[in-house]
Design a protein around this ligand. Structure first.
Ligand SMILES: Cc1cc2nc3c(=O)[nH]c(=O)nc-3n(C[C@H](O)[C@H](O)[C@H](O)COP(=O)(O)O)c2cc1C
Length: 161
C-alpha cells in the first residue's frame, strides 16, 4: 500500500476508538484522535442533551490539535459515534478546519441502531470536493468482535489485499 492514509476518529466512550485501532492495525496508517478542548460530560443524559443543543445550533467546538501535514494524505478515514443521527460536532469542526479537497474520505461509525444515519450526506456537504466512500457501521456493543467485518470491508473498498 503506497498511499499515505490517516485514520482520524472521535470517540466519547471508546467504541469508535476500538474500530479506529483495528483499521490502523490492518493498514498500518497513522492515527489521530479528534478531541474538543472542553471534554463532554461522562453522564449519558448530560452528553445527549449537550449534543442535541450543539447540533441544533450548528456549534463547532474548538479542537485540541490539528493535523499538521494534512496535505500529504491521499485518503482519510473519519470515525465517529452516530450522535442524533449524524456526526458529532467535533467531527464537523474537524472537517471544516482542514482542507479535504481532492482526498478520499472513508467514513466509519459506531451506533446503537441508526447505523450511519444521515452522516454521509452531512460529510459530503462539508467536503464537497472530496470523494466520500461507502462507510462502515458497527454496533457499539459489537466492536470487540468486529475484526473480520472490518478487514472484509477494508478489502472490499480496496484498502488491503
Ligand atoms: C449524544 C449521543 C447521541 C446518540 N445518538 C444516537 C443515534 O441517534 N442513533 C444511534 O444509533 N445511536 C446513538 N447513540 C449511541 C452511540 O452512537 C453509540 O453508543 C456509539 O457506539 C458510541 O461510540 P463511542 O464509544 O465511540 O463514543 C448516541 C450516543 C450519544 C452519547
Amino acid at each position: 500500500m503506497n498511499k499515505k492514509i490517516l485514520v482520524a476518529y472521535f470517540s466519547h466512550s471508546g467504541n469508535t476508538r476500538e474500530i479506529a485501532i483495528q483499521i490502523h492495525k490492518n493498514i498500518g496508517s497513522n492515527i489521530f484522535e479528534i478531541q474538543s478542548v472542553n471534554p463532554y460530560p461522562s453522564e449519558y443524559n448530560e452528553v445527549v442533551e449537550q449534543a442535541k443543543q450543539e447540533l441544533q445550533s450548528g456549534y463547532q467546538p474548538e479542537l485540541k490539535t490539528a493535523v499538521k501535514d494534512m496535505k500529504s494524505y491521499e485518503a482519510v478515514f473519519i470515525g465517529y459515534p452516530n450522535w442524533w443521527g449524524t456526526i458529532p460536532r467535533p467531527v464537523a469542526a474537524f472537517l471544516s478546519k482542514h482542507d479535504f479537497s481532492g482526498k478520499t474520505i472513508v467514513p466509519f461509525c459506531t451506533h446503537e441502531g441508526s447505523r450511519l444515519g444521515r452522516s454521509i450526506t452531512d460529510i459530503t456537504r462539508l467536503c464537497p470536493q472530496s470523494t466520500v466512500l461507502n462507510g462502515l457501521a458497527v454496533r457499539g456493543r459489537e466492536v470487540k468482535n468486529a475484526q473480520n467485518e472490518v478487514s472484509e470491508w477494508l478489502r472490499k473498498i480496496g484498502m488491503i489485499e
